[in-house]
Ligand binder design. Structure first.
Ligand code: ADP
Length: 419
């Protein structure tokens, strides 16, 4: 039995989790509990390759949700009482400028994360609740927070500063933060390995295209530019989010349509993007509609791919030299049409997609550009849970080194590194 890490991703009405054996690189259990607080919730749990174990019940709050998850581990295995958990890793969406690294959780750190709630009101409060109930359930085990924003704390000031009034920047922490950092970091490391290069010698443009979507320019293994901003609304066109729009829209729609700022924000987050253009946020539906001659679906594909292409061009300019373009997440991994259309016309930049490789039924990490292409195009399936577990273990190990050895390795003595 190797070292086991429980990864928890607590949302406002859901709890997703994985139990990973990090020595044997094995996913021991995967589960998701949905509809916390509703009359009927659902938990689906898989022990290895076994058939899913389902529980339908009311889960009034996160405390009950975690209790149900632990009971399911007892009923369907693997039995958490008989494995010695090395650590629990928690996904936390917003780390502000405080957290540039995964951080060992204690009461002070938890308070600091809570203080960031105004920056991510939909996500951080749920993440904090998840941490609180898990710390009560596993009081003897170290808990680590892994932040979606942390990887982008390396953005230079030119890239993270918004040209807005000083008071907004200084008093209200308005700047670009960027999200999906755990995914970009994982994918960048795997892409460098696929290219046979060290991460610190690799420049990449990573396109994380899921329901949420973001682009990241990675220079020598570090994030130097990313498309999401203070919130995850900025940047690429997404499933239900608009991505970039004129920032004067809320005021204009206030005057013209009588909408208040919250209504505009909600519509831009939940009623925009592909959903607004084509009536679905799932690209599989949109392709089907486009093939049937639906003009809205065709426009949605054009708008979506145009937005990606624009970011690729911009990030090429930011990096100067690009070793590869990397696609990941639900769309990036599975949609050859989007990959081709968004990179169309970029041959002058050395970027090309090979039709056969791109269409191949092969899954997993792969090249989809022609042999010898100047800027290879890769598909790398993302795995945020593995990355959270890896960073969790590293943080716990660094905290156990003690002050002297931690100083020697450059790791913070208490496992945290707050900037
Ligand atoms: P999330 O951001 O919720 O984690 P995912 O990364 O799982 O989302 O991506 C979900 C999206 O991926 C779906 O909405 C759909 O548009 C797209 N997708 C999934 N499978 C396919 C596929 N086979 N072909 C095209 N698009 C797909």
């Amino acid at each position: 039995m190797g070292r086991e890490v429980l990864v928890l991703n607590a949302g406002s009405s859901s709890m997703k989790y994985q139990l990973l054996d990090m020595d044997w690189h094995e996913r021991l259990a995967v589960g998701a509990l949905e509809r916390i607080g509703e009359r009927e919730g659902r938990l689906e749990h898989r022990n290895g390759d076994a058939a899913p174990h389902e529980v339908t019940a009311a889960f009034p709050d996160h405390e009950h949700a975690l209790e149900a998850i632990l009971a399911t581990f007892r009923d369907a295995g693997p039995d958490l009482d008989s494995v010695e958990l090395t650590a629990v890793g928690h996904r936390v969406v917003h780390g502000g400028t405080l957290f540039a690294q995964p951080t060992l959780l204690d009461d002070d750190v938890l308070k600091q994360i809570r203080d960031l709630n105004p920056l991510a009101p939909l996500h951080n409060p749920a993440n904090v609740t998840g941490i609180e109930v898990a710390r009560r359930a596993f009081p003897q085990v170290p808990h680590v927070a892994v932040f979606d924003t942390a990887f982008h704390q390396s953005l230079p000031p030119a890239a993270h500063t918004y040209a807005v009034p000083r008071a907004w920047r200084e008093q209200y922490a308005v700047r670009r933060y960027g999200f999906h950092g755990t995914s970009h970091q994982y994918v960048a490391r795997r892409a460098a390995a696929l290219l046979g290069k060290a991460p610190q010698d690799t420049n990449l443009i990573v396109l994380h295209l899921g329901n949420g979507a973001s682009a990241c320019a990675i220079e020598a293994g570090r994030s130097v530019e990313t498309s999401m901003g203070t919130t995850p609304l900025q940047g690429l066109v997404m499933g239900t989010r608009s991505g970039d729009v004129d920032p004067a829209l809320p005021a204009y729609l206030g005057r013209a349509a009588g909408l208040d700022a919250q209504q505009v924000e909600s519509a831009l987050n939940h009623g925009s993007g592909l959903l607004a253009l084509a009536g679905s946020n799932d690209l599989r539906d949109i392709h089907r509609a486009a093939q049937g001659g639906d003009g809205d679906a065709e426009l949605a594909l054009d708008v979506y791919c145009h937005s990606i292409r624009k970011y690729v061009g911009a990030y090429y300019a930011v990096l100067g030299h690009v070793d590869a373009i990397v696609f990941t997440a639900g769309v990036g991994e599975n949609d050859p049409v989007i990959r081709t259309r968004s990179l169309q016309g970029l041959a002058r930049l050395g970027i090309a997609v090979d039709p056969q490789r791109n269409q191949s039924a092969e899954r997993g990490e792969r090249f989809v550009s022609p042999e010898g292409c100047e800027v290879p195009v890769l598909v790398v399936p993302t795995d945020e849970e593995i990355e959270i577990a890896r960073q969790t273990l590293e943080t716990v190990d660094a905290s156990r080194l003690g002050p002297q050895r931690a100083a020697d390795t450059g790791a913070p003595a208490d496992g945290s590194a707050r900037t």
